[in-house]
Design a protein around this ligand. Structure first.
Ligand code: DX5
Ligand code: ZN
Length: 225
């Protein structure tokens, strides 16, 4: 299982150092939670932060992944691609033209992901699943880090895992929200291949590299059971 740290709860005064620390600890996926204050009740950051962090990611050949929790994402795809995103994930709930937006992302030479909120059934992405590089199952209601994982969302992960395997797809299955050392093994066992981890990595009482080690240990211990 790949770890995808989210900088949402990082120390923004030392953001470059924090991101460097996760890459130095072996992480090769950076998850950027973009929020517009409309799709979710919070505002985070835009392409400027992506552009600022991209050189650090490039030094480690790490993947830069933007999770757009925004309405009208079609207006911003080019800007996030130009800022250096390797993957752009949009939400199925933001409008009627999901397929067109997936085509637009891929037309920019960027990997395409679709995210579904806790109340959104997995069959919403059934018709576009074969075109997705990544499917993101929100395991909290989007907007904030540090929330508690919603158990029913792991049932969705299990069902989506079965669907991906039945279709023989290579689509990454990502979970996002409430993933830490006590829940990450359940996420992997449900069939997720990538785990967004925010407050388990970026928090005042534990260095990022320590968080990475604790999560990897939790996966290793549970694998041997
Ligand atoms: C919710 C955010 C969070 C974040 C992860 O909108 O997307 O899920 O990335 O935060 P933690 O890992 O602290 O739940
Ligand atoms: Zn996210």
């Amino acid at each position: 299982m790949k770890l995808a740290p989210s900088i949402l709860t990082a120390d923004f005064v030392r953001l470059g150092e924090e991101v460097e620390a996760i890459f130095a600890a072996g992480v090769r996926w950076l998850h950027l939670d973009v929020m517009d204050g409309r799709f979710v009740p919070n505002i985070s950051f835009g392409p400027t932060i992506v552009r600022a962090l991209k050189p650090i990611a490039d030094r480690y050949d790490a993947l830069v992944d933007a999770h757009l929790m925004i309405v009208e994402p079609e207006h911003y795809l080019r800007a996030f691609a130009a800022a250096g995103c390797d993957n752009i994930t949009i939400h199925s709930e933001v409008g009627p033209h999901l397929h067109r937006n997936i085509q637009a992302i891929k037309g920019l030479g960027v990997r395409a992901g679709v995210a579904i909120n806790p109340a959104t059934p997995i069959n919403v992405i059934e018709e576009v699943l074969p075109e997705l590089d990544l499917a993101l199952v929100m395991t909290v209601n989007p907007g904030f880090g540090g929330q508690v994982l919603l158990p029913h969302c792991l049932d969705k992960v299990r069902r989506l895992r079965e669907r991906i395997d039945t279709l023989g797809l290579a689509t990454e299955l990502m979970v996002d929200g409430g993933v830490h050392e006590h829940t990450i093994a359940s996420c992997r066992d449900a069939g997720a291949t990538v785990a967004v981890v925010g407050s388990a990595i970026f928090r005042p009482d534990r260095a990022p590299d320590e968080g990475v080690a604790v999560l990897q240990q939790a996966l290793a211990v549970s694998a041997s059971r």
